[in-house]
Design a protein. Structure first.
Length: 80
C-alpha cells in the first residue's frame, strides 16, 4: 500500500481488496436474505425477523462498501 492512511488501518487495507472477505459477504448476504424470506417474510415484526433483517442489512451494506471501494481502486489504477 502506498498511502500512509491505508497502511495504518487494517480495515482500509482489506476493504475492496480482500477476495475472501468479498466472497464471504456474498454468501452470508444470500443465505441471510433467502432465510429471512423463507422463515420470516410473513411475520416481519417478530424479534427473530428483525434481528435477521438487521444482520442481512449489515452484510449487504458491507458488501456494497467492498464493491464501491473495489471500483474506486480500479478507477484510480486505470487513470494513473
Amino acid at each position: 500500500m502506498a498511502c500512509q492512511r491505508c497502511h495504518n488501518s487494517p480495515v482500509l487495507q482489506k476493504l475492496g481488496r480482500c477476495r475472501r472477505c468479498f466472497l464471504q459477504l456474498v454468501v452470508l448476504a444470500l443465505i441471510g436474505w433467502v432465510g429471512w424470506w423463507l422463515l420470516y417474510f410473513d411475520s416481519p415484526s417478530a424479534v427473530e425477523s428483525v434481528a435477521l433483517l438487521f444482520f442481512c442489512i449489515a452484510f449487504s451494506a458491507l458488501l456494497s462498501l467492498h464493491v464501491l471501494m473495489w471500483l474506486w481502486y480500479r478507477i484510480q489504477s486505470s487513470t494513473s
